[in-house]
Design a protein around this ligand. Structure first.
Ligand code: F0G
Length: 456
C-alpha cells in the first residue's frame, strides 16, 4: 500500500470490555409495568427497559481509565473545601481544562445546574436582562430566581421544525440589537447555549458567535456560554460551516471559548461522567467568589469525579475520532428515520426529536400525545423515550410537541439504534391505534412530581 493512503477509517474508536446483560421482557410484562407506572415511561423501573433514550445526561459508559480512577486511590483523597489548590485532583483537572478550553480560572462543581446557580448569583442582578438562545429551563430558572429576566433572541429558524438551515441554534442579530436598544444598561450579559437542547440539539455557528461577541462587546456586556454540548457543536461546525473542514475539534473549541468571557458546563453529557461540571471565567475576583460560593452551597464534586473528568478530557481530545463516532451515531439514527417519520431537521448533536403533532395529528394536545406515543413505543419494544426538557415558552406558544430520542454517548451499538428505528417505524404504521392519555390527579401529589395518566 502507498504511504500516502489513509487506509480504511475506524468508525468506532473503542471496544466493549465490560457488558451489562439486559433481560428480554414480554409484551404482557411491559403492559403491567406501564399500568403500574401510570403510563408515564419515566416511572417505569430501569430493569424493565431495553434501550433507554430518556436522556444523554450522566448515563454514558465509563472507560477503563476512568473506572480505574473510581476504584483506585481516588476515593481516599480529601475534598477541595476552602483550599482547592491543595487538592491533587483539582490541580490536575484545572490544568487540563485551562489548556484545552483556554479559560484561566476553573471552578469544578457537582452538576451543570450547580454551576448555573453560582454563575447567576455572580452575574444576574435584580431586574437585569439576559439575552439568550432558548436557554435550558434550569438556566432560565436561576436567572429568574435572582430577579433577572430572560429575553429569547434565537433566530426564527429554530421554530421551523423542518427548516434546512444548518445552524438553527444561531441568535437573530437584529433581535439581539433590539434588546440592547430597548433595555440599554439593564442588559447584564448575553448567554448562548451551544447545540440548543430544547429546539432539537441544533448548533450555533462560529460566524454567529463572532457577531454576537461584537455586539455584546460594543455594549461592554460579557458573553457567556452554556458549553455542556460544546463537542457536538464543534463537530457540526467542522461538518457544516465553510472554512472549518480542516480544523481539528480542539482548534474549534479554542476559537469558540476565546470569544466568551466565561462558561458554565454540565460534564454529564459530552464529558462522559455521572457527576461533575465546571464554571470557567477569566477574572480572578469572580473566581474567588465562585469558589467560596461552591463551598457554601455544598456543590463541590468529590475528588474521584474530578479525576474521572480529567481522564475524559484527555481521552476525548487525544483524537477527533471519539466525538466523530458519537455524533455520527446520532446521525445514523436520524437517517434511519428521516424517510417517512416526522422528525426535526437537520440532525442535531445528541438526539433525534419527533414532531409529535405530525406523528399523531388525531390526538389533541389535551390528550397528551407525546406521553401516549412514548407509552406505545415502550409497550411494543421496551424502548424508553421521554419528552426531554420542558419546552421553552416560545415553543409552548406555538403548540410544539416533541418526543426526544436522546442517545447516551458510548453506550449503545448500531443494533440498538436499528431496533429503535424499527420500533418507531412500527409505531408509525400503527399510529391510528394511539388514542391518547388522560391525567390522573391524586390528592396530596404536588404538580412538580411526574404526571400520572390513564389510557383513554
Ligand atoms: N444545560 C443544558 C443545555 C442541559 O441540557 C442540561 C441538562 C443542563 C444545562 C443542566 O445540567 O443536569 O448537569 O444539572 N440536561 C439534561 C437533559 C437533564 O436530559 O437534557 P445538569
Amino acid at each position: 500500500m502507498k504511504d500516502s493512503s489513509a487506509g480504511v477509517p475506524f468508525s468506532i474508536p473503542y471496544e466493549i470490555a465490560v457488558v451489562r446483560p439486559l433481560r428480554q421482557t414480554t409484551l404482557r410484562e411491559r403492559e403491567n409495568a406501564l399500568k403500574a407506572a401510570y403510563y408515564n415511561t419515566e416511572l417505569v423501573p430501569q430493569e424493565m427497559i431495553y434501550v433507554d433514550l430518556k436522556t444523554d445526561s450522566g448515563v454514558s459508559s465509563l472507560s477503563m481509565a476512568q473506572l480505574s480512577k473510581l476504584i483506585g486511590v481516588g476515593p481516599l483523597e480529601s475534598g477541595m473545601e476552602m483550599a482547592p489548590e491543595g487538592n491533587r485532583a483539582f490541580v490536575s483537572l484545572s490544568e487540563k481544562f485551562q489548556k484545552i478550553f483556554g479559560f484561566p480560572c476553573v471552578v469544578p462543581v457537582a452538576q451543570g445546574r450547580a454551576a448555573e446557580r453560582i454563575w447567576a448569583k455572580l452575574h444576574v442582578k435584580e431586574d437585569a436582562v439576559v439575552a439568550g438562545n432558548m436557554l435550558f429551563p434550569s438556566t432560565r430558572f436561576h436567572i429568574e430566581s435572582n430577579g433577572g429576566k430572560v429575553v429569547d433572541v434565537i433566530a426564527e429558524a429554530a421554530h421551523d421544525l423542518y427548516s434546512a438551515q444548518l445552524f438553527k441554534g444561531d441568535v437573530d442579530l437584529k433581535k439581539l440589537a433590539a434588546v440592547f436598544e430597548e433595555h440599554g444598561a439593564q442588559v447584564g450579559c448575553v448567554y448562548v447555549e451551544l447545540c440548543v437542547n430544547s429546539c432539537g440539539g441544533h448548533p450555533v455557528s462560529l460566524g454567529n458567535l463572532k457577531e454576537i461577541k461584537a455586539i455584546a462587546g460594543a455594549h461592554k456586556v460579557p458573553l457567556f456560554l452554556d458549553a455542556c454540548r460544546i463537542l457536538e457543536n464543534s463537530y457540526l461546525i467542522k461538518q457544516r460551516e465553510p472554512g472549518y473542514q480542516n480544523h481539528s475539534l480542539q482548534e474549534i473549541v479554542n476559537e469558540t471559548c476565546a470569544l466568551a468571557d466565561g462558561c458554565t458546563m454540565s460534564a454529564l453529557k459530552d464529558f462522559l461522567v455521572p457527576v461533575g461540571g465546571i464554571i470557567a471565567m477569566r477574572d480572578e475576583a469572580n473566581y474567588q467568589k465562585a469558589s467560596v460560593q461552591n463551598f457554601l452551597n455544598g456543590s463541590q464534586p468529590p475528588s474521584v469525579a474530578m479525576e474521572a473528568m480529567g481522564v475524559a478530557l484527555q481521552e476525548i481530545f487525544a483524537s477527533d475520532s471519539y466525538v466523530t463516532s458519537r455524533v455520527e451515531q446520532v446521525n445514523y439514527l436520524w437517517r434511519r428515520l428521516k424517510d417517512g417519520i416526522p422528525i426535526l431537521t437537520p440532525p442535531g448533536g445528541h438526539g433525534v426529536f419527533i414532531d409529535v403533532r405530525s406523528f399523531l395529528p388525531h390526538v389533541p394536545a389535551e390528550n397528551h400525545p407525546a406521553e401516549a406515543l412514548a407509552a406505545f413505543i415502550y409497550h411494543i419494544s421496551g424502548i424508553r423515550l421521554a419528552k426531554g426538557p420542558p419546552l421553552a415558552p416560545s415553543q409552548t406558544a406555538r403548540g410544539v410537541e416533541l418526543l426526544r430520542l436522546a442517545v447516551p454517548a458510548r453506550r449503545y451499538v448500531q443494533g440498538h439504534m436499528d431496533d429503535v428505528a424499527e420500533a418507531v417505524q412500527y409505531a408509525y404504521s400503527r399510529r391510528d391505534e394511539i388514542k391518547g392519555l388522560k391525567k390522573v390527579e391524586k390528592p396530596g401529589r404536588s404538580r412538580f412530581e411526574p404526571a400520572l395518566f390513564a389510557a383513554l
